[in-house]
Write a new protein. Structure first.
Length: 267
């Protein structure tokens, strides 16, 4: 018998999406469940603080598994930013999007492209393996329209760190460093930076010192390559404006109605 669903519609939607995405990835169920519980706790506490009022266009990312769960809607949450304008720039394809990111990574070589999805979808996304000479690291990067803001309002899990900064243009950047979780190899680390812009976009970059989808594989380096300041600089780089402006508005005629699946990888 399956466990009962949470009592709120928002949590039920998240759980169903999480289960569907888990089937796609066949990832570590123990680590995935732990992150799902932590994410659900954050959602519940934010709801009590009236930060999740109204319908939102949100993207939930399960950090340790590199798992993207799109949840697209209309409007914006009371704690977030307003809707962004329609696409106003030419499309950016997957290889061009990937080249923009790799130009910001430490000098090294691209080992593998697991996914390179451009603005033909509502959520352009990259997943790749990079080696700067100190060992392989995996990166996951995406840009979306959003109605929510990530922050450090809740205490991090013991052993983790969370930093938040606001840039001169009003962009809010949150950097989170997560340590090893149950079911992960010894020394596993997951570091991320999330930028939420005043004009309604969210950018998230994650890096691992291992291949997170290779269950049981050991770490490939001591730390991920980018420091917290470097992570923040990448997500706040002005070159992403051209990608943001090319993302189709899901509410406009002719736009794609689905953000696609994490399994839609471009090799």
């Amino acid at each position: 018998m399956s466990a009962p669903l949470p009592e709120t519609d928002h949590e039920q939607t998240f759980v169903r999406a999480l289960e569907a995405a888990a089937e796609e990835y066949r990832t570590d169920s123990g680590a995935l469940a732990e992150r799902g519980r932590h994410h659900g706790r954050r959602l519940r506490l934010r709801r009590r603080g009236a930060l999740l009022g109204g319908a939102t266009a949100a993207v939930a990312l399960v950090a340790g598994a590199g798992l993207l769960v799109p949840q697209l809607g209309s409007g914006s949450g009371s704690g977030g930013v307003g809707p962004a304008a329609a696409a106003s720039a030419p499309p950016v394809d997957g290889p061009a999007f990937r080249d923009l990111l790799t130009a910001l990574l430490p000098a090294g070589q691209l080992v593998e492209t697991g996914e390179a999805r451009g603005t033909e979808k509502e959520i352009p996304q990259l997943r790749l393996i990079w080696d700067d000479g100190g060992g392989q690291a995996q990166y996951l990067f995406w840009i979306s329209r959003t109605g929510t803001t990530n922050d450090c309002s809740l205490p991090p899990i013991p052993g983790d760190t969370c930093e938040q900064r606001t840039l001169a243009d009003g962009t809010k950047v949150t950097v989170y460093q997560a340590g090893t979780r149950d079911g992960e190899p010894a020394g596993a680390k997951t570091w991320s930076a999330t930028a939420t812009t005043p004009d309604g976009y969210q950018l998230m970059l994650q890096e691992w010192n291992r291949r997170p989808l290779d269950q049981g594989a050991p770490v490939t380096r001591v730390d991920p390559p980018l420091t917290t300041d470097q992570l923040a600089a990448v997500v706040a780089d002005p070159r992403w404006k051209q990608v943001e402006q090319a993302i189709p508005d899901p509410g406009l005629p002719g736009s794609h109605s689905s953000a696609g699946s994490p399994a839609d990888a471009v090799k």
